[in-house]
Design a protein around this ligand. Sequence first.
Ligand SMILES: [Zn+2]
Length: 205
Amino acid sequence: MQRFTTTLRVRHYEMDALGHVNNAVYLHYLEQAAIEHSEQLGMTMQRYEELGGVFILRKMEIDYRLPAVAGETLEITTWVKEMRGPRSIRCYEIRRQVDNRLVVSAEAMWAWVDRKAMRPRAIPQALLDVFMPPPPLPEAPKPLLCSRCSTPLEALGLQPLRQNGRPNLFGGQQSVVVSPELVETYQCPSCGLQEIFRDSEQSDD
Ligand SMILES: [Zn+2]
């Protein structure tokens, strides 16, 4: 979910009778931010034409929280929250630059419409790739290494807690269960050392 922010300075002719930015003017601000965001990602009007469709506004919900006045600089942030089928949900926040306070928050529903048929169509993959890039893959966990010989350990899964005891009659070493508690157990394939890790120890980095 990539956020885009643009700034603008409120003009005097955008005021209402109370000297505040007219409610209707915010629609233009929001639209402008969405267009700039789109262009920054390479999705210009020309590109939309090539893709054969256009986004049409179906619903806009605006929460007016604080008034803004002429001369103020506003920061408009927008991001696409969801794209599913023909629908795109875009969110917006307008903040006063001077104190970062929230002036307006808004959520819009856009529909991707085929230009010729003027019918809603599934949003093309090219747009999904740009607006809804897959989240980065989580880093592969580091292999656990044997504390004695640094060979990567093999997981044995959950095992009762054991402790090596006296050598048995056949020369092998007996291990005795010292606790019924099940713990993640690992064994070194090289030297045979068994190690256990509890959650609290594993998450330490
Ligand atoms: Zn080892």
